[in-house]
Structure formats: C-alpha cells, structure tokens
Design a binder for this molecule. Sequence first.
Ligand code: SF4
Length: 188
Amino acid sequence: MSSWAELEQACKECTACGLCQGRTNVVFGVGKKDADVLFIGEGPGEQEDLQGEPFVGPAGKLLDDMLSIIDLDRSKVYIANIVKCRPPHNRDPEEEEQEACIGYLRKQVALIQPKIIVCLGRIAAKKILYPEYRITKEHGSWVCRNGIWMTAIYHPSALLRDLSKRPETFEDLLGIRDKIQYVKANVD
Ligand code: SF4
C-alpha cells in the first residue's frame, strides 16, 4: 500500500475489529500530509464519529487553542488517532482493537515522515512510547526513536475536566515549540 488514497480507502472499508460495527464514520486523520509534527490521540468520540474528523467539539476547540499558543494550527500539523473508529460510550480502546488498527497509523507515519510526534493522553503515550508510561509523572519528557522526537502531554479532554493540569501543559507546549525550533535548526 503506497499512497494516501489507497491507505484511506482501505481504512474506510476496514472491518478488522469490532469497532466497525458501531461507527458512523471512520476517522482517518486530518492535516498536512508532510507535517513536521504529528499529534496522536486515542480514538474518536461522539462528535468525531459523526463528523468524520478528529478532535472536534470542546476538546477539539481546546486543542486548537493549545496549537495557537505555539504558533501552530491544523493546516501545519497532522492529527490522527490510535483507533480510527469510535469505541462505544467513549470507553478506552481495548488492546486488541489498538493492535488491529495500529498498522494504519504506522503507514501514516511512514507517509508523513514527521520529525516530532506528540501523544495526546495516556492511551496514546502507552501505545506509542512504552507500556509503562505514566502520563502524570512523565508528560513533557522526550525520547528520540529512529530519528523522531517523541513526547506526550495531557489529553485536551483531561484538561477540560481538571483545570489544575493546565499550567503544566503550558510548559509542555513551550517544550514542543522549543523542540520544533531545535529540529528546524538542525535540518536547515
Ligand atoms: S478501529 Fe481500526 S481496525 Fe477497527 S474496524 Fe476501525 S479502522 Fe478497522
């Protein structure tokens, strides 16, 4: 599978896990197809399922605000999820569902070739970074794997529920901005 169109078409027809049964739309991903920065959430919620786009509704609005703090917007980054179909009642995607779907994300990464990956929340961090990842203690820290800098920050939904997490997230966002500048300085 070599092109975006082929990958998206295959994803939209996918029945590889049980999440296909309740979906309205497959939420494939959105944004700049050669973005330097890829944001990864866990899976679509109700509004995302209805609209077919990741991070819409209140959490999406907050993500937009977070991006604007560091001079980014949706046209400059790519946004995707670990699972492309909505888990019922917004439960966490199960490990088997994540494993069934992760191949699409891996192919998206191969096509985008991002320099930086930002996991949004605990589920994405555990899947992308390492299974023991503790978001409360490790958010904002960085690892470099295969030439890609990776970090995790709190999920916007968590920031809507708990305002006390916002100052830490502001610092993490500044760290992302610094890393973008570092990466650009070392490429140009
Ligand atoms: S969640 Fe992923 S693996 Fe499961 S049906 Fe949807 S696209 Fe296929």
